[in-house]
Design a protein around this ligand. Structure first.
Ligand code: ADP
Ligand code: MG
Length: 253
């Protein structure tokens, strides 16, 4: 991406579930080299928005534009191949497989076949290429010395970083993270924040949905705050933190 390139442009997306409007004319943008957080109380519509952007769900109205192209309705796999890659809160690592094998699953996303289908039909050359890419990304995130451990034996913070390595195997210019700090200890959060800063410096834009205010405040460039499916505030973390509407939303007043 060029400096200042508009990577993601969400334009007035609306998503209804029956009578409930989970996102109402939500808009946001992510520029190259930026970490943006979407925060808000439970039920605000963050996960809905995340799913609309990452191809898991389709808006009823509005557009999601990725690097100048409308991507409404494109599958997560197609998006990953084009440089928009997400971690999955509910697609767990395979605990009995090694760190290297788990990361290599992500490398499949660059190909044209389905992830698990292609896992069963790899020729030797494909497999060597995928493993090399996985190794490269594991070194990038600082897990290069843990290749042969089982994923399940890693601490939670390292598992979270392994999930990011897996997403990086698709070589994204935008990384989407769903509550990356959830359940982590203080030290693990610091390590995760350090990794995200490094990726930002390497030109990967990051959009994260997060509950943990402290984690967000020390890390991100900009915050978008949601409540009742709408954007109620946007700005630098320090600005947003003292916005009366945000305080009200969080304190439930
Ligand atoms: P958040 O992630 O901010 O907690 P969500 O996006 O998960 O919020 O949910 C926003 C609202 O939309 C909630 O009221 C939730 O119950 C509703 N919702 C989310 N997904 C669905 C769905 N698949 N079907 C019906 N209602 C949904
Ligand atoms: Mg959620």
């Amino acid at each position: 991406p060029k400096p200042n390139e508009r990577i993601l442009d969400v334009r007035k997306v609306t998503r209804r579930f029956g009578g409930l409007v989970a996102n109402r004319e939500m808009s946001l943008r992510v520029d190259a080299g930026e970490i943006l957080a979407v925060i808000g109380p439970n039920g605000a519509g963050k996960s809905t928005l995340f799913n609309l952007v990452s191809g898991v769900d389709v808006p009823n109205e509005g557009d999601v534009i990725f690097r100048g192209h409308r991507i409404n309705g494109r599958s997560p796999r197609e998006l990953a191949a084009e440089g928009l890659s997400r971690t999955f809160q509910h697609v767990k690592l395979l605990p009995d497989m090694t760190v290297l094998e788990n990361a290599a699953i992500g490398a499949h996303l660059r190909g044209h076949k389905g992830v698990f289908a292609s896992a069963l039909h790899l020729d030797g050359e494909d497999e060597a290429r995928l493993l090399a890419e996985a190794r490269r990304q594991l070194e990038r995130v600082g897990l290069g010395h843990e290749l042969d451990r089982t994923a399940g034996s890693l601490a939670l913070g390292q598992q979270r970083i392994l999930e990011i390595a897996r997403a990086l195997c698709a070589d994204p210019c935008l990384l989407l993270l769903d509550e990356p700090a959830a359940g982590l200890r203080h030290k693990e959060k610091q390590a995760l924040a350090e990794l995200l800063r490094k990726l930002r410096a390497e030109g990967v834009a990051v959009l994260l949905v997060e509950h943990d205010m402290d984690f967000v405040m020390g890390l991100v460039d900009r915050v978008v705050v949601m409540e009742f499916g709408q954007r109620i505030a946007e700005g630098r973390p320090e600005e947003v933190q003292r916005d009366p509407a945000v305080l009200r939303a969080y304190l439930g007043g």
